[in-house]
Ligand binder design. Structure first.
Ligand SMILES: [Fe+2]
Length: 385
């Protein structure tokens, strides 16, 4: 038995931003708040979105103070803005950070205004202000998940809210909005989406519906990511990546994550490497560890990546999942080795210990059991060049 939870209304594809006017009109009983960041304003994307609402700019409120990796107080500050105004709709616009802040701000006023009591699974009691999410990157899939990731400065770790009340009512996934993304951001965010597909496909908590989302996500990324990175204006590649990222979000939200995300945490929180790159670096090494007990599953992943596994024994075929990930990473200029991302060999063991400590939430859903010495071995392998 399992549940499938998805946004009620998804507008997908080139030009779908035009549907925003109808969406706003459906909620025309009060003011609208757009939650975004300064980069989105400077790139001219906010202006396009304001125009697409069909409203005058003076009839909209803009909260553009979202910073990368938002922490508890940043989310509560936005929640207070929502609490002080009677908004009919909150629109989240941007990458994962503005979308997560919009999700939190929409539910905070009806649920006490504080993040800490809402951390964990199913802690939100009341629905929030209706939410419309518009991603401008192709990576986190936050637009389609029941998760909010939040930095907790007190513990120095990332924490999560996992609750059906933060799934948006409406999502607009318009690949035109991703056209201006620089190549390195396209690579990092695209690899994040790839890892979402791989982890959701293999998690102990997965189910056939989540696996269907995950399979399509992996196949689309293998087909479109290299071209999206090489030629950012290629709309076919951008469309493939936008769809893949949302499918990746649906996959993890319904299927779960595993040790790749868990082990990558300290690379993000301690070493400040972008999230997508951190999970990409850990991906081949965790997959190589996981495939030992699950050769058939990882052989399927190798196939989704476009690897030729015919005439190989099952061990060699499953190994193609590892080389397939490495090939895709190298084709978009991201090395799978920690030492090529500024990590010194002397730091590796401490990072591994921290990774084991902070990944306890995610290790139970990883397909193979992982002890502290296993994490140490994976980190050392990732630093072996
Ligand atoms: Fe991720």
């Amino acid at each position: 038995m399992y549940s499938i939870l998805t946004p009620a209304w998804i507008e997908m594809g080139s030009g779908s931003l035009a549907s925003l006017e109808e969406i706003v009109a459906c909620h025309d009983t009060g003011r609208v708040l757009i939650v975004t960041d300064k980069g989105i304003c400077q790139a001219g994307i906010l202006d396009r979105v304001v125009k697409a609402t069909g409203k005058n700019a003076k009839d909209l409120d803009i909260f553009d103070r979202v910073l990368p990796n938002p922490d508890i107080s940043a989310m509560e500050a936005c929640g207070q803005v929502v609490e002080s105004n009677d908004y009919a709709l909150v629109i989240g616009l941007g990458g994962g950070s503005p979308l997560d802040v919009a999700k939190a701000a929409s539910v905070l006023p009806a649920n006490g205004g504080k993040i800490s009591p809402l951390l964990g699974r199913g802690m939100i009691k009341k629905p929030g202000v209706p939410l419309c999410l518009i991603p401008t990157t192709s990576g986190t899939g936050s637009e389609a998940t029941q998760a909010i990731v939040v930095d907790d400065p007190e513990s120095g770790t990332k924490k999560a809210i996992w609750d059906r009340h933060v799934i948006p009512q409406v999502v607009i996934v318009d690949p035109y909005l991703t056209i201006g993304m620089p190549a390195s951001l396209t690579a990092d965010t695209g690899l994040d989406a790839l890892v979402h597909g791989i982890e959701a496909y293999t998690a102990r908590t997965t189910n056939p519906v989540a696996q269907a989302y995950a399979r399509e996500c992996i196949q689309l990324i293998a087909r479109h990511l290299p071209r999206a990175v090489k030629d950012g204006s290629n709309l076919e590649a951008r469309s493939g990546m936008s769809l893949a990222a949302t499918l990746g979000g649906l996959a993890i939200s319904n299927g779960g994550l595993g040790a790749i995300h868990g082990l990558a945490y300290p690379l993000d929180t301690v070493k400040h490497i972008p999230h997508g790159r951190t999970v990409a670096i850990m991906a081949p090494w965790v997959v190589d560890y996981n495939r030992v007990d699950n050769e058939e599953t990882y052989t399927r992943i190798a196939r989704f990546l476009g690897e030729d596994v015919d005439n190989l024994d099952s061990r060699a075929a499953s190994q193609k999942a590892v080389s397939g990930i490495i090939n895709l990473m190298e084709s978009v200029g991201v090395s799978p080795y920690l030492t090529e991302h500024g990590i010194r060999s002397a730091e590796v063991d401490d990072l591994a210990k921290e990774a084991f400590r902070v990944s306890q939430r995610l290790l139970p859903s990883n397909p193979r059991k992982m002890a502290e010495e296993d994490v140490l071995g994976i980190y050392r392998t990732a630093a072996s060049r």
